[in-house]
Design a protein around this ligand. Sequence first.
Ligand code: 13P
Length: 251
Amino acid sequence: MRVPLIAGNWKMNGRREDIRALVAGIRERFNAGARVELLVLPSFPYLDFVASTLEGSGIDLGGQDLSERDDGAFTGDVSAGMLLDCGCRYVLAGHSERRTLHGEDDQTVAAKFETALRAGLKPVLCVGELLEERDQGRTEEVVRRQLGAVVDRVGIAALADAVVAYEPVWAIGTGRTASPEQAQSVHAFIRSQLADESATIAGQVRILYGGSVKPDNAVDLFACDDIDGGLIGGASLQVDSFMAIAEAACP
Ligand code: 13P
C-alpha cells in the first residue's frame, strides 16, 4: 500500500529564526511511528540549516526546483548534485509558479525530472490546469500533456520512485480548494494514464493533491482512493496547521 506523503512547500518564505521554530515544532509533534511520511521544502539558502535541524527526525528534505543541467557556468542555478549534497531526497519539478512565472515548458520540466532522477533524487512532478482550461473542459487534456512529456522522456519504469502532485492552478493560494470529487477524478485520470503503460507502476506512484489544503478540508481529500497525501503551501508555514494536515493523512 502507498504510504501517504505530506509535503510542506515553504516557497519564498521565512528567515532563519522562523524556520528554526517551525522545524522544532514539527519535530516535536511528529510521531515517527505513524503511517505517514513528512517532507519539507525550504528555499535554497536554508537547505543546509534545515538539514542539520532535521537530523535524526525521520523527516525528509527537498528542493523547490533544480537546474536541468549539471554543474557549470549557470549563474543563479542550483544543480541536483548540490541538492543531494545538502541532504535532499526529493525535489519539485514543474511547480505551477515555475511554469507561469519562469516560463518553464513541458520539455524543460521533463528535462529537470530526468536530471533529478539521474542524480538519485526523487522528483515530485507538479501538474495542473489553469482556471480557464478547467472552464473550457480541458483539464484532462492539460494534465495528460504535462505527464505525457515526462513519461515520453524517461519511460514509465523511471517513475517507480517518483511522486506526482496534482495542483489545479486556480486552487493555489486562493483559498478555493478542489472538491474531493474534482480532485479524485483527476487523480484517477492520472493513475489510469500511468496504468496504460504499467499497472504495477501506476499502483505504486503516490499522487498528492495541492491547492489550499487546510486542516478542515484535508480529511475529506485524503479519504479519496487515489489521493496519497498533499503538497501544502500556506498551511505548511504554521506548525499547528501543517501537523493537523499530517494527522488527517493517518487517522
Ligand atoms: P497553497 O496550499 O498555499 O494553496 O499552495 C499550494 C502549493 O502551491 C503547494 O505547492
